[in-house]
Structure formats: structure tokens, C-alpha cells
Design a protein around this ligand. Structure first.
Ligand SMILES: C[S@@+](CC[C@H](N)C(=O)[O-])C[C@H]1O[C@@H](n2cnc3c(N)ncnc32)[C@H](O)[C@@H]1O
Length: 172
């Protein structure tokens, strides 16, 4: 099972119809489409214009997804909370030459904001991609932060191949 399949399977049981959730990396809109079928409201961030354009097409039949073209690090400008679940699917926009990629420092800031906006018993789900330049730095920076701050990790999913993606599920 790949990480995206694992993530969708796992979070299906975590979200209720009355929940607000946030897709921190909208990309092509695949995750946001999935979240929109489960939650009341989905906020979705991306800094890439191509991602927003692709997702507008992908999500044209939904009425509960609010797309925001800004960095997830600026989430406080748009959302007061509380939020049931944050989803980070890091790295590059799939099937594209768009060079926009998530960056360790910015991702850490976004994670800290997400943690503070998260409701009690809420979840943060993050998938890290280790195979591109900067991917491992992003993983180590966030992992260190999670360990140092004793943030509770519920589950880690990783296929047993070199540099395959790592998914971490956190519960507040
Ligand atoms: C792996 S893709 C996300 C896949 C997506 N969730 C989907 O279902 O297709 C990662 C996305 O993160 C976006 N990104 C990079 N830096 C960002 C930032 N600072 N804030 C928000 N999105 C960012 C990229 O533009 C890219 O579209």
C-alpha cells in the first residue's frame, strides 16, 4: 500500500461531518477532494499558481473547499481554529515541472501553527518525501522538533525501501 492510500484509509475514521479540516499542501487537489467528502469545511493552501488552477478544475463540483494561494506558514491570517485535522503531503506538485517545493523552515513554522490551532484529540498527518534535495533535512528538522517537544506520535508508516516516503500521524 502506498503512503497516500494508507493516509486516506487511516483518516477516514478520524473525521466527522461537522469538522473543519485543513489541507496544508493542496497540490493537484486529490487530498482536498477526499477530505471534502468527509468534513464540513476544508481549507487548502498552496503557493503554486499551477496547483491552484489544477485544483479549481478538480474540485469544481465541491462546495466546501476554500482554496488559499499563500504559504501554509501564514495560516493564522485565515483561520482561527479549532481544527480537527491537518494534512501535510510535502514535496513537489505531482506530474508537473513546477519547481515549487516545501521547505524545512517554512514547514516547521506551519507545523507549529497547526499544533496551536488543533483541537484537543485532533490530528496532524504528515507525509515526508526523502528522495529529493532538501527532503531529508525537512524530515529531520520536523522529527527533532516532534521528539524534543514530546509531541505524541500515534503511528509511523514507511515502506521498507530506501528513501521511500514516511507518514507520521500525530494526536494532540
Ligand atoms: C506533494 S504536493 C501535494 C499533493 C496534494 N495534496 C494532492 O492531493 O495532490 C506538495 C505541494 O506543496 C506545495 N507547497 C510548497 N510549499 C508550500 C508552502 N509554503 N505552502 C503551501 N503549499 C506549499 C507545492 O506547491 C505542491 O503543490
Amino acid at each position: 500500500m502506498n503512503n497516500n492510500t494508507f493516509v486516506h484509509k487511516y483518516i477516514r475514521s478520524l473525521i466527522h461531518r461537522e469538522d473543519t479540516v485543513v489541507d496544508m499542501t493542496l497540490g493537484g487537489g486529490n487530498d482536498a477532494l477526499f477530505l471534502s467528502s468527509l468534513a464540513k469545511k476544508v481549507y487548502a493552501f498552496d503557493i503554486s499558481e499551477e496547483a491552484i488552477l489544477k485544483s479549481k478544475k478538480r474540485l469544481k463540483d465541491t462546495d466546501n473547499v476554500i482554496m488559499i494561494r499563500d504559504s501554509h506558514a501564514n495560516i493564522r491570517r485565515y483561520i482561527e481554529g479549532p481544527v480537527r485535522l491537518f494534512l501535510f503531503n510535502l514535496g513537489f506538485l505531482p506530474h508537473s515541472d513546477d519547481p515549487t517545493v516545501t521547505k524545512a523552515d517554512e514547514t516547521l513554522k506551519a507545523f507549529q501553527e497547526a499544533w496551536s490551532l488543533l483541537e484537543e484529540n485532533g490530528y496532524i498527518v504528515i507525509t515526508f518525501y526523502l528522495g529529493h534535495p532538501g527532503g531529508k533535512d525537512e524530515y529531520y528538522l520536523l522529527n527533532d522538533y516532534i521528539k524534543k517537544n514530546r509531541i505524541p506520535v500515534l503511528e509511523t508508516y514507511h515502506q521498507d525501501r530506501l528513501d521511500s516516503p514516511v507518514t507520521v500521524i500525530i494526536r494532540k
